[in-house]
Design a protein around this ligand. Sequence first.
Ligand SMILES: *[C@@H]1O[C@H](CO)[C@@H](O)[C@H](O)[C@H]1NC(C)=O
Ligand SMILES: *[C@@H]1O[C@H](CO)[C@@H](O)[C@H](O)[C@H]1NC(C)=O
Ligand SMILES: *[C@@H]1O[C@H](CO)[C@@H](O)[C@H](O)[C@H]1NC(C)=O
Ligand SMILES: *[C@@H]1O[C@H](CO)[C@@H](O)[C@H](O)[C@H]1NC(C)=O
Ligand SMILES: *[C@@H]1O[C@H](CO)[C@@H](O)[C@H](O)[C@H]1NC(C)=O
Ligand SMILES: *[C@@H]1O[C@H](CO)[C@@H](O)[C@H](O)[C@H]1NC(C)=O
Ligand SMILES: *[C@@H]1O[C@H](CO)[C@@H](O)[C@H](O)[C@H]1NC(C)=O
Length: 374
Amino acid sequence: MAEYICVLNKDSIIIKPAKKTPILLRMIVLLFAMVCGVFICSVCLKQISTNSKIKIQDIQVIERPSPDVDHENFQISSVHYPNPETFTRAECVHNPVRYFAILSMQRSGSGWFETLLNSHVNVSSNGEIFSVLNRRINISSITQTLDKVYNLDWFTSASKNECSAAVGFKWMLNQFLLWENRVDKEIVADTELLGPKVHVFYQLLYPGVMKHHTEIADYFNHRGVSVIFLFRRNLLRRMVSVLANSYDRHAKLLNGTHKSHVHSTEEAETLAKYKPMINSTLLISDLKEAEITATKALEYFNSTRHIVLYYEDLIKNPTKLKDVQAFLGLPVMDLTSRQVKIHKGSLSDHVMNWEDINKTLNGTAYESFLQSDY
Ligand SMILES: *[C@@H]1O[C@H](CO)[C@@H](O)[C@H](O)[C@H]1NC(C)=O
Ligand SMILES: *[C@@H]1O[C@H](CO)[C@@H](O)[C@H](O)[C@H]1NC(C)=O
Ligand SMILES: *[C@@H]1O[C@H](CO)[C@@H](O)[C@H](O)[C@H]1NC(C)=O
Ligand SMILES: *[C@@H]1O[C@H](CO)[C@@H](O)[C@H](O)[C@H]1NC(C)=O
Ligand SMILES: *[C@@H]1O[C@H](CO)[C@@H](O)[C@H](O)[C@H]1NC(C)=O
Ligand SMILES: *[C@@H]1O[C@H](CO)[C@@H](O)[C@H](O)[C@H]1NC(C)=O
Ligand SMILES: *[C@@H]1O[C@H](CO)[C@@H](O)[C@H](O)[C@H]1NC(C)=O
């Protein structure tokens, strides 16, 4: 074995010469040393490169533009400063804007709720923009439409343009509610009107929010869109309203014009004269279906910043509207609507086969729907 022994002795260093070893052994040692060297070098290089990667990432994180960092934090990300392509925000350019989407079901008070919101000088709620098939035909057209709305480049009678502090629209969840489709066909058969056209109409009503929920929830989180769920507690009253509205689409009780919402008591009374018949065999499963849709929507959009509202609470408790304004970061105002409720008072006055319905729901989880006023 080759041994190099260093001995420190007073001032001098004596190096004992190594024993004579065969040349082969020396070569092996040399080779071993070289391999070790290469190995150590490569390890060092690796460490240096990972270190530098981390450093680059650190810098990137620090220097990343704020919108990307923002969506980790809802407080910051729910505030925006859009740059419309079609106009300048003028005096309001430094006012923040919130993005929202109202997720609701037909006949749950969302039309009324939108008129209330739009009575605020800084709110633009643009209605059911996805009722147009082309805008929701695939996820890229949905995204394009959303981009345009949130960039303030979408114009409806509700747009406040420069001074919008909250901008959004409403989106209906219930594209898969079977009974509405079925019931509509039954009514059409009854009135012998408009057969195929109704189907087309329903196709137009069915938006893709539940179908594309993953992508849309991602979009909402990424762009900092706040969700306002608006549901109706009394699903039986909702059902009566759907049936009556569906009937009026064909019967056109107000001087030959179909109206989903009215602005006078006379009009409300005229529409309320029609008493729908509810299919009691399917009643429970139909109510359940509406319930499941609402639950699913809550699940799908649970990760977004959201608030859950009920139509009945908005009617009974005016402070709820203040909660909504606070949720949207708005200066609080009194909100008003000219809309008049169509089906007032006891539900028993508005259903043809009330006894049957009373019996069907008696003793079930939905029994309370029989009594409540709204
Ligand atoms: C989405 O629909 C639009 C309009 O029909 C079409 O032009 C576009 O190619 C579609 N995009 C995808 C990804 O399918
Ligand atoms: C609301 O609108 C008014 C009038 O257009 C404007 O003066 C005000 O700055 C706006 N407020 C916010 C918070 O955008
Ligand atoms: C419908 O007709 C009645 C009487 O003909 C009239 O008083 C009423 O104003 C009309 N309503 C609408 C909405 O046109
Ligand atoms: C209720 O619906 C079922 C299933 O569609 C149907 O068979 C039945 O005849 C309906 N009942 C009434 C009273 O319309
Ligand atoms: C939403 O998520 C929270 C926390 O992850 C959970 O506690 C809650 O039950 C969820 N709600 C729904 C409706 O899924
Ligand atoms: C409701 O159910 C109770 C028992 O749960 C029964 O005593 C009562 O007669 C029922 N009422 C009607 C209207 O069916
Ligand atoms: C249901 O029927 C029972 C028995 O006829 C009656 O006492 C009760 O008032 C009815 N409920 C409603 C909400 O009409």
